[in-house]
Design a protein around this ligand. Structure first.
Ligand SMILES: [Zn+2]
Length: 74
């Protein structure tokens, strides 16, 4: 698994957006069984750049955002 990726433009744009924003076309929903709490978050992988996202869908509203799990540090 590639841990440090360079997100493609739609991924870079999605990062940090509220979870009410819909996933872009290259994101595929990971199997719910792979996620600890599928009620609280959904995990997506980008087929273009390999970015792994967590879409937080429960808890305090300010924390319900798109998190990029494997972005490179700059
Ligand atoms: Zn991407």
């Amino acid at each position: 698994m590639e841990l440090w990726i360079q997100p493609c433009a739609p991924c870079a744009e999605l990062y940090g957006q509220p979870s009410t924003v819909e996933p872009h076309d290259n994101l595929t929903l990971n199997a719910a069984g792979a996620v600890k709490d599928a009620q609280a978050e959904q995990h997506f992988t980008c087929i273009r750049c390999g970015a792994a996202f967590a879409r937080i869908v429960a808890g305090p509203v300010p924390r319900q955002v798109w998190l990029l799990l494997n972005a490179g540090q700059h």
